[in-house]
Design a protein around this ligand. Structure first.
Ligand SMILES: *[C@@H]1O[C@H](CO)[C@@H](O)[C@H](O)[C@H]1NC(C)=O
Ligand SMILES: *[C@@H]1O[C@H](CO)[C@@H](O)[C@H](O)[C@H]1NC(C)=O
Ligand SMILES: *[C@@H]1O[C@H](CO)[C@@H](O)[C@H](O)[C@H]1NC(C)=O
Ligand SMILES: *[C@@H]1O[C@H](CO)[C@@H](O)[C@H](O)[C@H]1NC(C)=O
Ligand SMILES: *[C@@H]1O[C@H](CO)[C@@H](O)[C@H](O)[C@H]1NC(C)=O
Length: 461
């Protein structure tokens, strides 16, 4: 079951209310000076020492999740909440939730909205495996949202739920949140105090963060191997309940991240930042390119961008621009998602790119079908293998030219595979995955509705 959140006027009203319940208290900083307040969270990789082969098996797992989601999307005939393999992404945020704070690891996901945490209601949790869930009863600041509260209208409810009894103090707001592959989390929509690190290393308390306290969790993208170690998801989508929406008001409604190449040893640190660093720290502003964020009313969660053309080694491919765009029914489009690893491209763009790569490839080809890839080359003994260059011209005339390591992955020693996948379903959408985003600063400017990116921006974060 896929449930959708529509932004009607009623919801917009509650959105304002939701914001007013969320306030950030940082005793040491001057709350009137916005520019000095920003949040800088470390992004952790699931397993920094993962070998490429293991990484691939995770990718492969995610990939099948994406395939099934894209295929089911048409049948469901409803906009999906989450991009693709939500929950199986590789970048995690470490948060402190509750009072006293409990350490929680969440998947950073721009392809979904809800912030949720695996919850346990046990009172005496001594027997409970430590760190396996958020222990709501061990926190003095945990408070379930009442079903009559306007904030409760922002979450999808279970199909069979009792009507809200507004005279009963104990009628909580029940939610069920479904991902594209029908993975689900359900529980009680609640509020909690979150402790975060600010730029200066000081801790800031975010009170009344609305989140899902998840008691039932099912499906491959939110449990199992690909979710390995995470306690939930930090939805960073565009909907009112996402983390970025809730903290946005406070931090200029802008967030950015830099996903560093985790195969580098030792792995560099990646950051997720809300707000902007004050000007004095930025001695030399890097050149940032911008492309407008497009809004699909039928999938209000996603950050859509527009692709005008694609080139391989500077040669423009004859792809009709409509291949990248969403139609009147909200199908298709191109989404930037931190929670999907590989990049998924709609047909016939994928086929054309693949053909161009095959034609230009001078290295010996090797079988990759077993791994799920259409093009693999043997680079053993080649000191600097020359790989064709892929480049996207975006709406607004900016050009995104990722380095080859963002779209070729080492599957085994000496074997590189083109890390692109085809989207075959006519209603499926293209996804620029996190591998493709590595090494770039991405800035999601929600007020100005634009996406900034910079090859030289990571030094800033
Ligand atoms: C905010 O702080 C910065 C740096 O400390 C300072 O340059 C700026 O003038 C302050 N702005 C306001 C409105 O106080
Ligand atoms: C919880 O455990 C403590 C110490 O083991 C015990 O004293 C207390 O009675 C227990 N409370 C409940 C509700 O079981
Ligand atoms: C609503 O809750 C009140 C107080 O708990 C109770 O007296 C009443 O019967 C409930 N109403 C319904 C329709 O369940
Ligand atoms: C903030 O950073 C410090 C130092 O890195 C760390 O000890 C602390 O646990 C962090 N706090 C939170 C809330 O992440
Ligand atoms: C790759 O090429 C090397 C020699 O150039 C060869 O020894 C090796 O077996 C090849 N690997 C595959 C998987 O084809």
């Amino acid at each position: 079951m896929v449930v959708l959140i529509c932004l009607s006027r009623v919801f917009l009203l509650s959105l304002v209310l939701l914001f007013s319940f969320t306030d950030l208290c940082n005793s040491q900083s001057n709350s009137n000076n916005r520019s000095i307040e920003y949040l800088k969270l470390r992004l952790l990789h699931k397993d920094p020492f993962v070998s490429p082969a293991q990484a691939l098996s995770h990718d492969y797992h995610r990939l099948s999740v994406l395939f099934s989601s894209l295929q089911s999307r048409k049948a469901l005939k409803a906009p999906v909440i989450s991009g693709a393999s939500t929950g199986s992404g590789q970048y995690f945020v470490d948060l402190r939730v509750g009072t006293p704070p409990q350490k929680i690891l969440l998947v950073a996901d721009t392809g979904s909205d809800l912030v949720w945490v695996k919850c346990s209601a046990c009172r005496n949790c001594t027997k409970h495996e430590p760190g396996s869930a958020f222990l709501a009863r061990h926190s003095t600041t945990f408070s379930p949202i009442h079903c009559y509260h306007p904030a409760c209208r922002l979450v999808p409810h279970p199909l069979k739920h009792q009507p809200c009894n507004h005279t009963s103090l104990h009628s909580t707001c029940r939610y069920v949140y479904s991902y594209a592959d029908e993975s689900k989390t359900s529980g009680v929509f609640s509020r909690e105090t979150t402790t975060l690190n600010t730029s200066s290393g000081r801790e800031a308390k975010l009170r009344n963060l609305a989140f899902g306290c998840g008691f039932r969790i099912s499906g491959p993208s939110v449990s199992g191997a690909s979710f390995n170690g995470a306690h939930g998801v930090m939805g960073l989508g565009r909907g009112p309940i996402s983390f970025s929406s809730q903290v946005g008001k406070r931090f200029g409604n802008k967030f950015s991240y830099c996903l560093m190449d985790y195969t580098i040893s030792p792995p560099p640190t990646s950051y997720l930042m809300f707000g902007e660093e004050p000007e004095p720290i930025i001695t030399r502003k890097p050149i940032i390119s911008f492309t407008p964020l497009q809004t699909n009313p039928l999938s209000p969660t996603f950050y859509y961008i527009g692709i005008k053309s694609v080139t391989v080694d500077g040669v423009k491919l004859p792809v009709n621009p409509s291949v990248w765009a969403f139609d009147r029914q909200g199908n298709g489009g191109t989404v930037v998602d931190s929670g999907t690893t590989l990049t998924f491209l709609a047909e016939p763009a994928y086929r054309q790119i693949l053909t161009a790569f095959k034609r230009r490839m001078r290295l010996p080809r090797t079988a990759g079908a077993a791994l799920g890839f259409d093009l693999c080359v043997n680079v053993s003994g080649v000191s600097r293998p020359r790989l064709p260059r892929l480049s996207f011209r975006l709406v607004g005339n900016s050009v995104f030219s990722p380095p080859a390591r963002n779209y070729f992955i080492d599957t085994t020693e000496g074997i590189k595979c083109l890390a692109l996948q085809a989207v075959n379903s006519p209603s499926g959408f293209s996804v620029i995955g996190n591998l493709m985003q590595q090494g770039f600063l991405f800035e999601f400017d929600r007020d100005r509705s634009r996406l900034g990116f910079s090859r030289h921006g990571c030094a800033l974060l």
